[in-house]
Design a protein around this ligand. Structure first.
Ligand SMILES: Nc1ncnc2c1ncn2[C@@H]1O[C@H](COP(=O)(O)OP(=O)(O)OP(=O)(O)O)[C@@H](O)[C@H]1O
Length: 300
C-alpha cells in the first residue's frame, strides 16, 4: 500500500528525514515507533501529502500523494493536533467530510455514534475535552471508509476503556474492509497487541522493519540448567543473541527455528529447559543490540 524509498527532508539546516525507506503492505497494521524527534510525524506528513520530500520516492497505492486529490481521497489522517473548524459541531464536520470523501458512509457513522456515547453531535467540538475531540476524529475518519488510515499518536489522551474500544473498531475495519493502518507511537508496548508490522525510526531513518509473524518463532528465550556449570556450545548451529548466567541457570536469547532448537538441546539432557515467550520490546532490544544505537532511547 505504501512504498517509501530513500525519502529525504531538510528543514533549513536540519535533516529531518535521512533516506527513510519503508514498506507497508495492503491490509497491514503498521506501527512506526521511535523516540521524540525521530521523524515519525514528518514521515506521516509525507505519506498524507502535506509535505513533499526533497528527494526519494513515496507511493501510496502506486500513486504520488502530494498535490494529488485522487490519492488523498483514499486516505484519512488523524494528526496529533486535530483540526476542527472554529464553531463547528460534529454534525457540521460530518457534512464537511461527506463533501470531500465520496466513500463517506452515513449509516456507519450513525452506528459508530453508539460506540462514542460521550460525543455530543451538537456541541462545539473545540469546546470538548481533548479525549472527546479525539473520539470525534476517529468517528469521522473511520466513517470515510478510507483505504489507508494514518494515525499520529492516536490514543494519547484517551482513557484505557476508550483505547480498547477504538482499537477494536479499527481492527474490525481492517478485517472487514481490508483497510491499511499506519500508526505512530513512542510506545512499542501500546502497539504490541494490534500491529502486524513494526518499523523503528531513529534520527530520520527507518532502522529496522519487521513483520511480526516473521519475528514470532524466530527468536526464543531459553532458560536451562545442566549437570555441570557449562552449557553446550550451540553457536555454530544457532545465533545466540544474548547469554546470561545466574548460578547454574543460563538464559539464552537465540535466533532460529524453535522446534529445531528444542530438539537439538534436548540431546544434551538438560536438568531444566524452559522456552519462554519474548515480548516485542525484548525482541527489538536484542535485534538492535549489536548496532551502534542507544537502544534504551529507541524502545521506550
Ligand atoms: N516544519 C518544521 N520545521 C522545522 N523543523 C521541523 C519541522 N517539522 C519537524 N521538524 C523537526 O524534525 C524533527 C522530527 O520531528 P517529528 O515531529 O517528525 O518527530 P517525531 O518522531 O514525530 O517526534 P515526537 O515523537 O516528539 O512527535 C524534529 O527535530 C523537529 O524539530
Amino acid at each position: 500500500m505504501i512504498q517509501g524509498k530513500d525519502i529525504c527532508k531538510r528543514f533549513g539546516d536540519f535533516q529531518a528525514l535521512d533516506h527513510a525507506s519503508f514498506h507497508v503492505p495492503k491490509g497491514a497494521v503498521y506501527g512506526l515507533v521511535g523516540p521524540n524527534g525521530a521523524g515519525k510525524s514528518t514521515l506521516l506528513r509525507h505519506v498524507t501529502g502535506i509535505f513533499r520530500q526533497d528527494s526519494g520516492e513515496l507511493l501510496v497505492d502506486g500513486q504520488k500523494v502530494f498535490e494529488n486529490p485522487a490519492a488523498k481521497a483514499k486516505l484519512t489522517f488523524i494528526p496529533d493536533d486535530i483540526f476542527y473548524f472554529r464553531q463547528a459541531n460534529l454534525k457540521e464536520m460530518k457534512k464537511y467530510y461527506e463533501g470531500i470523501y465520496p466513500t463517506f458512509d452515513t449509516e456507519l457513522f450513525d452506528k459508530l455514534m453508539d460506540c462514542f456515547p460521550a460525543v455530543d453531535r451538537k456541541r462545539n467540538i473545540r469546546r470538548m475535552s481533548k479525549g472527546m475531540q479525539k473520539q470525534a476524529a476517529f468517528l469521522l475518519a473511520i466513517s470515510c471508509k478510507p483505504q489507508l488510515l494514518v494515525l499520529d499518536e492516536p490514543v494519547d489522551g484517551l482513557d484505557p476503556v476508550m483505547r480498547r474500544q477504538i482499537w477494536n473498531i479499527l481492527l474490525n475495519a481492517v478485517s472487514e474492509e481490508q483497510m491499511t493502518v499506519l500508526v505512530s507511537s513512542h510506545n512499542l508496548r501500546e502497539l504490541e497487541d494490534v500491529c502486524d508490522h513494526v518499523g523503528i525510526m531513529h534520527k530520520g531513518q527507518v532502522i529496522l522493519e519487521r513483520s511480526l509473524s516473521e519475528l514470532q518463532g524466530s527468536v526464543t528465550k531459553l532458560q536451562m540448567a545442566f549437570e555441570g556449570d557449562e552449557v553446550p556450545d550451540i553457536t555454530g548451529r544457532f545465533e545466540v543473541m544474548n547469554h546470561t548466567q545466574l548460578g547454574r541457570v543460563h538464559t539464552l536469547i537465540v535466533k532460529g527455528d524453535q522446534r529445531e532448537l528444542g530438539d537439538y538441546l534436548a540431546t544434551f539432557h538438560p536438568l531444566v529447559m524452559d522456552m519462554l515467550p519474548l515480548t516485542l520490546e525484548e525482541i527489538f532490544i536484542y535485534e538492535l543490540g549489536g548496532e551502534d544505537y542507544e537502544v534504551k532511547d529507541i524502545i521506550l
